[in-house]
Write a protein that binds this ligand. Structure first.
Ligand code: AHG
Ligand code: MN
Ligand code: MN
Length: 338
């Protein structure tokens, strides 16, 4: 239900303004930047909702820097974000899953210049079959003292100013954190505003659901295989499985109902498939702000990883505190249990 204050709805813009009180240094520039992201996601939502009526199914015909087939909607979403952020004036650099290199929009001048990185369309393989897809974004300060965009973007996730995602699901929801809790807004298609529908979300400490692509089980390192064997065993976790194949959809279910998501290393992709900067870091920030945990390889906290490249990949174990601690006991313990 939309949350109201003395009968009036709280829009995303109002909420950001209210949040400014927690960030005295904020100059109002942040909310101006965020309005660029919300505008782009409203445009993307309008394309997603008309897929089939307009030509957004299928491949665009090229492969991206990830070596993946680019979908038409990947490009549409990427362009929408670059166009809206490009005119925000305080966005110094943007980096996208779909672009080889980070792009300088303007040199960092005063200290109110930001870096925005994004996965414009997450879960692209699900577009043509009408399964939920999303957009993931993360915001850092643009360090004027660092030379060149390629270096400026290489910051650990702990330095994120804000992060979140939009899930184009049964409704279009925007979830974000600026370091003061996690809040959800639902896009009202009647008048195109994001209205507050969940405030200060706390992830349940534990839930009997795990989310992983088990087709790759025999390609995972042995500790992950032991955890997954335990998690579904009647004398073990006895958990059920849910896996959509869109990270944003799988993560949002865990944010609201609890559980654990894993994309482990595989023999083909020893660093995992998911990208650190614009998939794992933003979701790790949201997860931790909601009381959850997020780890990469060798039990390293995702937000402590020092990136080497804007397209770095990392294994990901993320979700409810107790579920993740349980899994990490297997993953960090190479000794065979039982
Ligand atoms: P993207 O569409 O941005 O490339 O992301 C797809 C990712 C992520 O959304 C999902 O969790 C994962 O790919 C699914 O991978 P598998 O098909 O290997 O399970
Ligand atoms: Mn993605
Ligand atoms: Mn993508």
């Amino acid at each position: 239900m939309a949350i109201t204050e003395d009968g009036q709805y709280i829009t995303f813009g109002q909420h950001i303004q209210q949040q400014q009180q927690y960030f005295p240094s904020a100059s109002g520039q942040f909310s101006w930047l965020m309005s660029g992201i919300t505008l782009a996601t409203k445009m993307i939502a309008s394309y997603v909702r008309r897929a089939g009526l307009i030509d957004v199914w299928g491949d665009q015909g090229s492969t991206n820097v990830q070596g993946e087939e680019v979908k038409k909607l990947d490009i549409i979403a990427n362009d929408a974000l670059k166009k809206t952020l490009g005119y925000r004036g305080n966005v110094g650099i943007i980096a996208s899953e779909e672009d080889d290199e980070p792009r300088v929009l303007q040199e960092a001048d005063a200290d109110d210049s930001y870096i925005v990185m994004f996965d414009p369309l997450d879960g692209s393989s699900n577009i043509d079959v009408n399964v939920s897809v999303g957009t993931i974004f993360t915001i850092f300060r643009n360090p004027p003292e660092v030379e060149g965009a390629a270096k400026s973007v290489l910051q650990p996730g702990a330095k994120q100013v804000a992060a979140g995602y939009v899930l184009y699901g049964s409704s279009t929801v925007l979830v974000y954190t600026a370091g003061n809790g996690v809040h959800q807004f639902t896009l009202d298609p009647q008048f195109g505003a994001y209205l507050l529908t969940r405030e200060d979300i706390k992830m349940p400490e534990h839930h009997g659901t795990y989310s992983v692509n088990e087709a790759y089980l025999h390609r995972f390192p042995e500790p992950y295989q032991r955890y997954l064997h335990w998690s579904k065993h009647p004398e073990g976790g006895g958990y059920k499985s849910r896996y959509v194949g869109s990270l944003v959809a799988d993560f949002h279910r865990i944010l609201i109902t609890g559980g654990i998501f894993m994309y482990p290393p595989t023999t083909e992709q020893p660093n995992g498939k998911l990208r650190l900067m614009y998939e794992c870091n933003p979701l790790a920030f949201v997860a931790e702000q909601a009381g959850g945990l997020a780890f990469g390889a060798e039990g390293k906290r995702i937000m402590d990883i020092e990136p080497k490249d804007v397209h770095d990949r990392t294994p990901l174990t993320i979700g409810s505190k107790k579920n993740v601690e349980e899994a990490m006991r297997f993953i960090n313990d190479p000794v065979k249990i039982g």
